[in-house]
Design a protein. Structure first.
Length: 620
């Protein structure tokens, strides 16, 4: 048998294996050590399943009684032969038999299973004490049960797929969303885990060490990215990674949990079909076909029951604060203009949501737009597009937090201004050139060279960042340029300092926000087209921040979304669907005790917790 450290899944027989006795013939005797082992294995990220000849309902009642039913996934409990059932179970879970162990007291069942999957590990119950000893001796690395929860999502999805008569229709109905990110160093542990463990969708089979991966992600000559996926069934987190150098993929790999969704083809097409030398076997090959149409589908057009809905546009335009806020709203019919990754360069385009840029870019002639693309490698042709000046816009949601953060550059030949990068590190200051070329400060995933920076300095000069008066002036200009009936709703920054701040760019930022907020509040009193969402009304203390003054825990974003929805209702007469507050509490509970603890204790139990405990726990 292979080493226990290679096990990803254990498939259990029940009668005279997991417990003593035969359930269908009379009472069984639980084995406490086996129950404890299931919990230990789950804490270690080992997933447990069942292949048993029994009655499903009777068996699940017994597992519920033992308090462990929710610790098993893809349970196969019926009276049919076990070989094909186990083969299907492994296939449905997207695993390799070599990483799966089947335990049964009947040698015939074991050999039958191995007949269908020759690489499957098999063992009789005497292996259980060895498992207990081994996993008790190594540290647990998944106490939040992420792997179990991921397979619960996959199980739900598999059931839905089997119920569907059309696989393509199922894929379109799954509402799969794929995002590609480039802050790889911050997630190097997960990327290293993928590189080390992924087999079925690892196209190059390069097993880099963690320190080598980190160096690779910092190499300006290499384009790297990690892939996140979510669909209507759940969020799968980071499931893929690529490294591209000189038009050839060094790494191209994906977790088995996304098999069958077309994610690998989507990313390959996104990268414009680079050279890929496939090593060994993979379950799905990629080719030069277009991106799968079911991934990142455009919003569906509502064709029914629209008589009571406003046909005027709602726009949410901004960076991460507005993007996270929108996650608590049903924004299917909302225009979202958020930070995105440029298709051609793979760089982050955040600065299109700064007022200096959106106040002028929309109105520039094509020749000037072309010049801005040629002169500034941090730009992207999609950044000029915006819907905020459309005449049928009801309300636009914007944020003030980006305004004092970016540096402003003036083009020498005509005075055209452009906002980009952290104001504290001007591109025109030679003291910071080394930091930009070596990616030691924020570069928005652009690959700056000394040659390009010098050319940029010949054409542009640095003006600093916007003052509070300039921000107010820009708001007034936007009021003039947008439809006279359009409301502008601004999220105000925190006047409460983030005490753990370690970023020079954010020093004293709460004072800057206080100055800006006071002037916007005054302007809002004078002009009824301006609406405000004040984050200071919802912040209770330091526990409401995450890693800087602009980033908050989910409760804050939920409150922002609730306030935004009130304004939407007021302006359009129609309220967006919003996730229940119970969804927020459920997330907080799960963060504290994990999914298993959550479902074992039943969610209704938390509704009976004394009010004082809720207030203390969730900071209501």
């Amino acid at each position: 048998m292979n080493s226990f450290q290679n096990i990803k899944l254990i498939i259990w027989d029940l009668d005279n294996t997991f417990w003593s006795g035969i359930l269908s013939e009379g009472p069984i005797v639980p084995v406490p050590e086996n129950i404890a082992l299931i919990k230990i294995l789950t804490d270690h990220g080992i997933v447990n399943s069942i292949c048993s000849k029994n009655d499903l309902n009777q068996t699940e009642r017994k597992l519920e009684e033992l308090g462990i039913n929710d610790l098993f996934v893809f349970k196969s409990i019926n009276w049919e032969p076990k070989g094909q059932r186990i083969s299907k179970l492994i296939h449905d879970m997207g695993l390799r038999p070599v990483n799966c162990l089947f335990i049964d007291d009947n040698i015939v069942n074991l050999k039958e299973a191995q007949y269908y999957e020759k690489d499957l590990m098999i063992a009789e119950p005497d292996v259980i004490p060895e498992l207990f000893k081994f996993f008790n001796s190594v540290p647990a690395n998944d106490k939040k049960h992420k792997r179990l929860n991921n397979y619960k999502i996959l199980e739900q999805k598999t059931l839905a797929k089997e119920a569907s008569s059309d696989n393509l229709a199922f894929l379109f109905d799954s509402d799969t969303h794929v995002e590609i990110h480039h802050d790889c160093v911050q997630h190097i542990d997960r990327i290293y885990e993928l590189v080390s463990r992924t087999n079925q969708l690892n196209y190059t089979k390069v097993r880099s060490k963690q320190e080598d991966l980190e160096s690779l992600c910092q190499d300006s000559s290499v384009k790297t990215g990690y892939v996140t996926v979510c669909d209507k069934y759940g969020d799968y987190g980071i499931v893929g990674f690529y490294a591209l150098k000189a038009g050839q993929l060094i790494h191209f790999l994906f977790s088995c949990r996304t098999i069958g969704q077309g994610v690998e083809q989507y990313v390959y097409a996104y990268l414009n079909y680079p050279i890929l030398n496939v090593v060994g076997e993979v379950v799905n090959l990629v080719n030069n076909e277009p991106k799968p149409a079911w991934i990142n589908q455009p919003p569906k057009n509502e064709t029914d029951d629209t008589s009571n809905k406003s046909h005027k546009k709602i726009i949410i335009k901004g960076a991460c604060d507005l993007k996270v806020m929108s996650q608590y709203l049903n924004t299917e019919n909302v225009i979202e203009e958020f930070t995105y990754t440029g298709i051609e360069k793979g760089n982050w385009i955040e600065h299109q949501n700064h007022s200096v840029n959106y106040l002028q870019w929309h109105f520039l002639p094509p020749t000037t737009k072309t010049e801005l693309l040629d002169e500034c490698i941090f730009n992207d042709k999609e950044m000029f597009k915006t819907s905020i000046y459309d005449q049928d816009v009801s309300i636009i949601f914007l944020s003030t937090m980006i305004e004092p953060n970016l540096g402003i550059y003036r083009r020498k030949k005509d005075g055209l201004k452009i906002a980009f990068g952290e104001y504290l590190y001007p591109l025109t200051d030679s003291n910071f050139w080394d930091l930009y070329t070596n990616n030691k400060i924020f570069t928005a995933q652009n690959h700056f060279t000394l040659e390009w920076i010098k050319k940029f300095c010949e054409k542009y000069e640095f003006e600093g960042r916007l003052s509070s008066d300039q921000i107010i002036s820009n708001i007034k200009e936007l009021l003039q340029k947008t439809n006279s009936q359009t409301k502008l709703c601004y999220i105000l920054g925190s006047e409460i300092p983030f005490e753990k701040n370690k970023q020079d760019n954010y020093q004293g930022r709460h004072l800057i926000y206080k100055e800006i907020n006071d002037k916007i509040r005054k302007l809002a009193k004078e002009n009824n087209r301006i609406l405000l969402i004040d984050v200071n009304e919802f912040i209770h203390g330091q526990e409401d921040f995450t890693n800087n003054i602009n980033h908050f825990h989910r409760r804050i974003y939920y409150e922002l979304a609730t306030k935004a929805n009130e304004y939407i209702t007021e302006v359009t007469g129609n309220k967006l669907k919003q996730k229940s507050r119970l969804f927020l509490y459920r997330k907080d509970v799960i963060d504290r005790i994990g999914y298993t603890g959550f479902y074992q204790t039943k969610f209704w139990h938390y509704l009976r917790i004394p009010i004082k405990f809720l207030i203390r726990t969730f900071r209501l």
